[in-house]
Design a protein around this ligand. Structure first.
Ligand code: AQP
Length: 343
């Protein structure tokens, strides 16, 4: 009933890392072959926590350059920054009135990010998932490639779409939109690296905001930095197991095997078939070689692209115009459905 369409976003909040690449951007690239795709630099999400206005444009261009360097084609698909398409904020407001407090109170990311100082967190951080639902649904997107950490937010997006469809059912039909106006967007969370962990602690997610740079591989790291970080990555003294089951009680080993598998486009079982029984010194050397071969060209291309901000800005401007045209169409229908008079 709904045309298949892909939407996803990345926040311009700091160092893009291997988790962002394997959990999200690499999938974005693959989906271009089979779907119409819209990829967004979500600058409005970024300001839910303080961002230096002098730094935000650089970070926005860096994410855009990563999209392109990883292989996203901004001509065939749409690449833009969220703040330039007003439909995101407009639909988010309507969703603020659809989503329930009880739903948002269950969001674990808010609890983690607000920490103990909840009273001092921005209201934007609290309603972040409503804006995320609006990002997806303003294009009536059906599929959303994300890392495992976004699963709960995607479930909330589906709940919001469902409640909107139910609450406004009569009006949706009266305006000729059939049974349901919004699709229930499906998360695409697949493969061996949906949750890449810190290189220093197998229990923590690899993250942009972690103070230790040794916890992550940044997409702009050069070969020496990649090699050093992998060599210093925390491991245990045992050799690699030959079966996946043997990784279960060993989060650091599991993480490195998952990274290897995702970079090589094979399964963890394939990696263990080849490297089972190897000492970490040997396996890490193979991982360094693979990571440098895969990430080196991306980092070099990102550096080349960020040196040309006029080109990056032209990509975002072009994408914003095309995204705006799609979002306006949805918002006109939404305003009719909700009962707003349009002039
Ligand atoms: N460690 C990860 N493993 C797999 N996927 C990940 N993603 C993030 N971290 C991992 C996925 O990357 C996409 C973009 O993430 P984001 O920038 O929108 O938000 P984030 O999750 O807040 O990123 P960070 O690095 O974790 O930032 P901080 O440190 O601020 O919390 C999303 O699809 C996300 O799932």
């Amino acid at each position: 009933m709904f045309k298949q369409k892909v939407f996803s976003g990345v926040q311009p909040t700091g160092n893009l890392h291997l988790g962002n690449y394997l959990g999200a951007i690499k999938k974005f690239v693959e989906l271009q072959k089979s779907h119409d795709c819209i990829y967004c630099v979500v600058d409005m999400h970024a300001i839910t926590v303080w961002q230096d206005p002098a730094e935000l444009p650089r970070a926005t261009r860096e994410v855009t350059s990563a999209f392109i360097a990883c292989g996203i084609d901004p001509k065939k698909h749409i690449v833009f920054n969220q703040s330039q398409v007003s439909g995101h904020a407009e639909l988010a407001w309507i969703f603020n009135c659809v989503a329930r407090m009880g739903w948002l109170n269950r969001m674990t990311q808010f609890k983690e990010k607000a920490g103990k100082d909840r009273e001092n967190a921005s209201v934007g951080l609290y309603v972040y998932p409503n804006l995320m639902a609006a990002d997806i649904l303003v294009y009536r997107a059906t599929h959303v490639p994300v890392g495992d950490d976004q699963k709960q937010h995607l479930e909330l997006s589906r709940d919001i779409a469902q409640k909107f469809n139910n609450d406004f059912s009569a009006s949706i039909q009266a305006h000729g939109h059939g049974e349901a106006f919004f699709p229930l967007p499906e998360p695409l969370i697949q493969g061996p690296a949906t949750r890449v962990m810190s290189l220093r602690d197998g229990a923590k997610k690899m993250s942009k905001s972690e103070p230790s740079d040794y916890s992550r591989i940044n997409l702009t790291d050069d070969a020496d930095a990649i090699a050093q970080k992998i060599r210093k990555a925390k491991t245990d003294p045992e050799p690699l197991p030959s079966e996946e089951k043997g990784l279960e009680p060993r989060p650091e080993a599991d993480n490195l095997v998952g990274i290897y598998a995702a970079l090589a486009d094979v399964t963890k079982a394939d990696v263990l078939h080849e490297h089972g029984g190897a000492q970490f010194s040997v396996f890490k050397a193979a991982l360094v070689e693979l990571a440098v071969a895969k990430l080196g060209p991306i980092g070099a291309e990102m550096k080349r692209l960020v040196a040309d901000p006029a080109y990056i800005d032209s990509v975002l401007a072009d994408g914003s115009v095309r995204a705006q045209a799609l979002a306006v169409e949805t918002m006109q229908a939404v305003k009719d459905i909700v009962g707003f008079i349009r002039h």
